[in-house]
Design a protein around this ligand. Structure first.
Ligand SMILES: Cc1ncc(COP(=O)(O)O)c(C=O)c1O
Length: 348
């Protein structure tokens, strides 16, 4: 039984979850203060807890994953710098061109596989101003996304993460990890998050995705980095007041919604294998490592979206013949069965 009762099954994203009754209770009971004045105890406790979990000195609670990445990118770079990331990276594809507008930075895109870059690819993408006769921009930051959203929810293995971080450092670049779904990566690979991020100067962690909080991300890094990030957050309009109400939801998510992520992964696998058996659909099962399933369809994606919507099932199209399903807190085994039986009858 879903805690959030609805006749519809919403596979559009893991951002659609509603706070559970227990989460709402924790929010209502949270002691709050004025975070701009630095005295919201719940925010401070969350920042410290997350920083410690990730093996970093300090944390900064912000409104969204996009804000967290934007603040990180702006803190790491100066105008005229270049940021190296995969061609599918969320910071490049879906954050409104913030790297250009807010940082004055360009992007060097890496042709990774399934959203994952190699150290060698990063090495050859880094262009330094020094020694170029002032021709090149100055690559100063390497960004990695784990899990990779557009890659299919894919995970880096530890060696790849360490090698990329070492390559970046050797070329004088800082490193940022967009860990919007880093707990999914940890659940799938068994790698501890602090170990995973050991080589990275900053990490952005989202609570309003698989973890089921209504709002919030935490950016972690060194004390000095977070002090500078705090100022950029202010300039981006992200200084907030009684944010402890929201931090309490994130705290609750850490206590109750981390260990259960493996359930989402099992359901995503069942969904992927079930759809892949139908001739009208095809799934690259090697990419189904966490809670996402990207599906190629013989029919136009828009047609599949509309047909399923007629059956009370919501999904997103991501290309002309491609749709995406995301499994989360409110998706049950019955929901997956319902989807598979609708697809089997509609596209027999
Ligand atoms: C990998 C990744 N990074 C960052 C974000 C941005 O998060 P938000 O929607 O909270 O701004 C998303 C959103 O889905 C994402 O998938």
């Amino acid at each position: 039984m879903r805690e959030h009762p609805s006749n519809r099954v919403d596979f559009r994203s893991d951002t659609v979850t509603q706070p559970t009754a227990a989460m709402r209770k924790a929010m209502a009971a949270a002691p709050v203060g004025d975070d701009v004045l630095g005295d919201d105890a719940t925010v401070m406790a969350l920042q410290e807890r997350v920083a410690t979990m990730f093996g970093k000195e300090a944390g900064l609670f912000v409104a969204s994953g996009t804000m967290s990445n934007a603040v990180a990118l702006r803190t790491h770079t100066v105008p005229g710098d270049e940021i190296v990331c995969d061609k599918t990276a969320h910071i490049y594809r879906y954050e409104g061109g913030g790297y250009a507008a807010l940082c004055g930075a360009s992007v060097a895109l890496v042709d990774g596989e399934k959203g994952l870059m190699t150290a060698e690819q990063v090495r050859s993408a880094v262009r330094k101003a020094d020694g170029s006769g002032s021709h090149y921009p100055n690559a100063s930051l390497v960004c990695v996304e784990n899990t990779s959203n557009l890659g299919g929810g894919t995970c880096y293995d530890l060696d790849m993460l360490d090698d990329i971080a070492a390559a970046a450092k050797a070329m004088g670049c800082a490193t940022h990890l967009d860990g919007a779904r880093i707990f999914n990566a940890a659940a799938a690979t068994g790698i501890d998050v602090a170990r995973m991020c050991a080589g990275y100067d900053s990490v952005s962690i989202c609570f309003s995705k698989g973890l089921g909080a209504p709002v919030g991300s935490v950016l972690v890094g060194s004390r000095e980095f977070i002090q500078n990030a705090h100022r950029w957050r202010k300039m981006f309009g992200g200084g907030w007041r009684q944010a402890g109400l929201l931090a309490a939801a994130c705290n609750h998510a850490l206590d109750h919604h981390v260990d259960r992520l493996v359930e989402d992964h099992v359901r995503a696998r069942t969904l992927a294998e079930g759809l892949n058996k139908l001739p009208a659909f095809s799934v690259d099962l090697t990419t189904v490592q966490t809670n996402m399933v990207y599906v190629d369809c013989a029919a136009p994606a828009q047609h599949v979206v509309e047909k399923l919507a007629g059956h009370g099932i919501d999904i997103l199209d991501t290309a002309a013949h491609r749709v995406r399903f995301v499994v989360h807190l409110h998706i049950t085994d019955e929901d997956v069965e319902r989807l598979l039986s609708v697809c089997a009858s509609e596209w027999a």
